[in-house]
Every structure is written in C-alpha cells, then in structure tokens.
Write a protein that binds this ligand. Structure first.
Ligand code: GDP
Length: 536
C-alpha cells in the first residue's frame, strides 16, 4: 500500500473528541462504558468507589491504577468497529481552567453529558461556549433517566434557550425515574427496552420492536405511553429533517437519552456518533489549510505537563497530529526555533512506560517525554517553515500577585514559576511602570489555577508562596486601529484600569468590572479591544 493510501485510510477511521460536562453529570461513567464497548474493560465496575479516592492529577490515572490497564492520562484510544476512537480527557475539576480549554483545541467533536434531572449547569455552559467558538460539532447525551428527570421537551428547550443551539433528538425517553422503560429510536422507528441489571455492571439487554406494538404500551406505566406518543407526534409535526451539515457547523446538536450508570443508551450513542462525527479536520497555518491526508508530517503542542512522576523530573509535551504519519525516531523541525529534533524512543504515550507509539496519524495524540524546549502552540513539522496559527487563548478573569515566602529560596521560586508559565498553568503580566520590587502579577481564567500553582510550587520546588488577590475581573488585548495615532501610543485610562504587557510584549488592559469596560471602551474609540491576543 502506498503511503498516501495508508494515510487516507487511517485518517478516515479516526474520531477524536472530548466529553464535556458539569461535575457529577456522569462523564467518568460514560467514559468507562465507552471503554467497555472498545473492549478495554470486560466489566464496567461501579465508578463510585474510585471516585471516593480520586487522585488530584487526573481521573484517568486513577482509573489506570485501579484497572491495571494502560491508558494515558490525557488520551484514551481504542478500536471500535472500523474506527480508532480517541477520547481526550478534560480535567474534571470543580473549577474550570485553561488546561481544559486547551484540550478542546485538539478535538474534532464533543459529547456533552447533561444530568437530565438538572438540565444545563454552569460549567457545561462554559465548555460549550469554547466548543462553539471553534465551531466544533456537539453531541448531547441526556443522562440519568433512571432518576426523576425534567420533561424531555423542557430539556430540549434548555439547549435552545440557555445554550442557543438547535436540538434534534435522535431518540426519545420512555418515562423517567422508576418509570423509565427505554428509548424510542426516531430514525429506525424502533423501541429499545431497558432492563435493570444488578449494579448495572453488564451490557444492558435491549429488545427492539416498533412503538405501535401493543407489547410496548403494556411495558410502560399508565399514562407514559400516551404522553410519549403525543410528544413524538409533536416532534414529527415540527417537521425539521435531521441536518448533518448543521451538526458539522456546530449549529445543531443530535440528542440521545439514556443512563450511563446502567449502560443504557450508551451503545446507541456511540454507534451513531462514530457514523456522524467528523474525521480529523485540517488546521490553518497562515493562509493555507494543512490537510490531514497530506503526506508531510505536522503536529502542534497543546499541553505540557512536567513532573508527572515526582521521582523523575520528566516533562511530557502532548501533541495532536495534524497531517502525515508519525513514526518513532523520526526527525522533524521544531519550527519556532528552527532546530531539528528527533522524536526518539523516549517518546511514548504516557502510560506508565508501558506503551510506545510506533506510528500515529492525524487526530491522534502522542506524549513526547523529554526536555524538549517546547511551548504550548508550537509546531513540529517535516517542513521547516510551517507554523500553525496560535491556539486561541482565553482572557484571564482572575488576577493575583504571587509572593515568595522565603528570600533564601528565590531561585527555586523563580525556576518553579518559569516552568508553570511554560506549561501555561497561569500567565504572567508585566506592569508598564515598574516600582523595582519583583512580585509577579498573574492571571488565570479560574481561581483553581492559583491553587494548583501554589500546590505544585510547594510540592515540586519546595517553594512556599502567598497569593494576594487583585481586584480586576477582566482583561482585554489592545491595539491601535489602523491609521490612528495617539500621543504616547497608549489608551486613555479609566478609573482603576491598569495597563500591562503579556509575555509576548502585547498590550493588555486589566479592568475591574464590566461597567468600567463600558466607559473604557467609549473613551478609547481609536483602539481595537479584544478578548483574545491579536494575531501577529
Ligand atoms: P463526572 O463527575 O461527570 O465524571 O461524574 P461521574 O461519572 O463520576 O458520576 C457522578 C455520579 O453520578 C456517580 O455517583 C455515578 O454513579 C452517578 N451516575 C452516573 N450516571 C448515572 C446514571 O445514569 N444514573 C444514576 N442514577 N446515577 C448515575
């Protein structure tokens, strides 16, 4: 087989996605059930025991320990039917952070898990926004139907009203809570009946027939059958056909109902997902789009994690392959520095040293172990001149000064902080006017990032720190509009706005409130004001 045929075939098999949800909606459980279908676990055990002893680093490292199987803490790969499925882990913190956002820059689709008893919750909304900004197709799984749930039509309204995305239910729940008896597949016009199994530990048995089958009505509780047929008529009456192009554009979300813990509706979701979800997409490098089927190897770094194993000071850079074929020991350009680097045998998927990646294709993720001088967003390519567009960043909304508690340990403090900045745990801003005392001013999208920072500085660098919160709530990148000039090339300040520079030297305004942002914007009509850094 020629190289290009092989690449085409492999790219067509890939599905790379993240599962997003508010904590406790069922992301871990669903992941585990997906694994079950991938044959990675014969028995999907109860997730509760594990959750109680959940490690702070990653949900999956804990899963890995418990199951003794090799999965990476960042990506989980398995074969399902003809496909190679890559699920990228978005850290399941109570708080959200830039880390999560960055992982979402490396996926081609997302599965959004919603607790059907609660509807759309705050964190789901934020993660959803990130996906939408990138135009990533989103599939919705309404979970926990075995518990009392909101009426399904109301859940769809939630998607439309709260998230502003059109919803198309591909199946429909037959009752909820104790009356939950299965789902109706609207496409195939089949009923899947649900039978509880002890602990939900086995593949849920499903029986298939038509909704008009009297046996269906008999199975359902009084009133449920009438209600469901009425709802289905209503949906059919609304008349819209399923529009795959709208799904691909991120404007329409296919909706599935089920219960992850009971492993019900999961296979229906997975089967349809791999049919409908896009294959790996290309990426823009300036004016050109690099196609996944291209024979030239290219990838970008989307996550860096140091000291995953406290015993070795190792550093893992996670890359998403954009095009070509990755082969172990290959030599590629690290295009930011122009250096050639060998992706040698230190290179492996981070899975307790058990797995090396020998080859990989667009859509796959690999973890490069070693002291490469990589930064988030860097391009690796067989072409020296290729450089992917910057990974979108998110405007920090939390700010703080970081104080070093012990002058004697300043060196550790500084080198620890350097590493954390490289990994993008937080960002540093430099005030325009410097008063001579060095106290780093840091920004983050969520306060958890500061906690992680302090914890890691202490644990990994023995550097004790103190956080002094700052009052700004917003940050905006600033650039003079074309043809405009001002006296000192600086915007006019409103009350309590502070001007700083980011690590690239770009001008940023820190702003205390949305109200001040309003007055600040009015005052500075000559300026472009953006939530994201301007492209160079
Ligand atoms: P995550 O925080 O989103 O990863 O959520 P988990 O997967 O850890 O699930 C949170 C809790 O909800 C756990 O106690 C699960 O057992 C429970 N859970 C998950 N799916 C279901 C479901 O379909 N029905 C019920 N009743 N509980 C569920």
């Amino acid at each position: 087989m020629s190289a290009s045929t092989e690449i085409k075939r492999e790219v067509a098999r890939r599905r790379t996605f993240a599962i997003i949800s508010h904590p406790d909606a069922g992301k871990t459980t669903l992941t585990e059930k997906f694994l079950l279908y991938g044959g990675a676990l014969n028995l999907a055990g109860s997730v509760t025991a594990r959750k109680n002893q959940r490690a702070t680093t990653s949900d999956w490292m804990e899963l890995e320990k418990q199951r003794g199987i090799s999965i990476s803490s960042t990506v989980l790969q398995f074969d399902y039917k003809d496909c190679v499925v890559n699920i990228l882990d978005t850290p399941g913190h109570k708080d959200f952070s830039e880390d999560t956002y960055r992982v979402l820059t490396a996926v081609d689709a997302a599965v959004m898990v919603v607790d059907a008893g609660k509807g759309i919750e705050s964190q789901t909304r934020k993660l959803f926004e990130v996906c939408r900004r990138r135009g990533v197709p989103i599939f919705t799984f309404m979970n926990k139907l075995d518990r009392p749930s909101k009426p399904p039509l109301e859940l769809l309204d939630d998607l439309e009203n709260v998230l502003g995305i059109h919803a198309f239910p591909l199946n429909w729940p037959l009752g909820d809570g104790p009356r939950f008896k299965g789902v109706y597949d609207r496409e195939k016009k089949q009923v899947h009946l649900f039978e509880r199994t002890p602990g939900g530990a086995f593949r849920a048995p499903v029986a298939v027939s038509d909704i008009s089958d009297p046996a269906v009505a008999n199975k359902l509780d009084t009133g449920v059958y009438e209600q469901v047929t009425e709802e289905l008529e209503l949906l059919d009456g609304a008349g819209a056909d399923f529009d795959l192009a709208a799904v691909e554009a991120g404007e329409l979300t296919p909706v599935f109902f089920g219960s992850a813990a009971n492993n019900f509706g999961v296979q229906l979701l997975l089967d349809r997902f791999i049919e409908l979800a896009p294959t790996p997409s290309g990426r823009m490098a300036g004016e050109v789009e690099i196609e996944p089927e291209s024979e030239e190897f290219s990838a970008f770094v989307f996550k860096i994690q140091a000291n995953m194993n406290p015993k070795h000071r190792d550093r893992v850079s996670f890359i998403r392959i954009v095009s070509g074929k990755f082969e172990r020991d290959m030599n590629v350009f690290h295009t930011r520095t122009g250096e050639k680097v060998r992706l040698s045998n230190s290179m492996r998927l981070f899975a307790q040293d058990r797995e090396t990646v020998d080859d990989a294709f667009a859509g796959d993720v690999a973890g490069l172990v070693g002291n490469h001088d990589f930064l988030i967003g860097d391009t690796l390519s067989s072409k020296k001149s290729l450089s992917f567009d910057e990974i979108p960043r998110f405007a920090p909304e939390c700010f703080a000064w970081l104080h070093n508690a012990s002058t004697a340990k300043f060196k550790r403090f500084r080198s620890g902080l350097e590493q954390m900045l490289k990994e993008g745990v937080v960002s540093e801003f430099t005030p325009l006017e410097n008063d001579g005392v060095y106290t780093p001013l840091l920004g983050a999208v969520g306060p958890l990032q500061f906690e992680v920072l302090q914890h890691r500085l202490q644990g990994e660098y023995d550097a004790e720190t103190r956080i002094e919160p700052a009052y700004w709530q917003l940050s905006r990148w600033m650039r003079l509009k074309e043809g405009e000039t001002t006296k000192e090339d600086l915007p006019e300040l409103s009350m309590d706005v502070r001007l700083v520079r980011d690590r690239h030297g770009h001008l940023v305004a820190l702003i205390p409130s949305p109200w001040t942002l309003g007055t600040f914007t009015e005052k500075n009509e000559k300026w472009e004001i953006s939530e994201q850094p301007f492209p160079p």
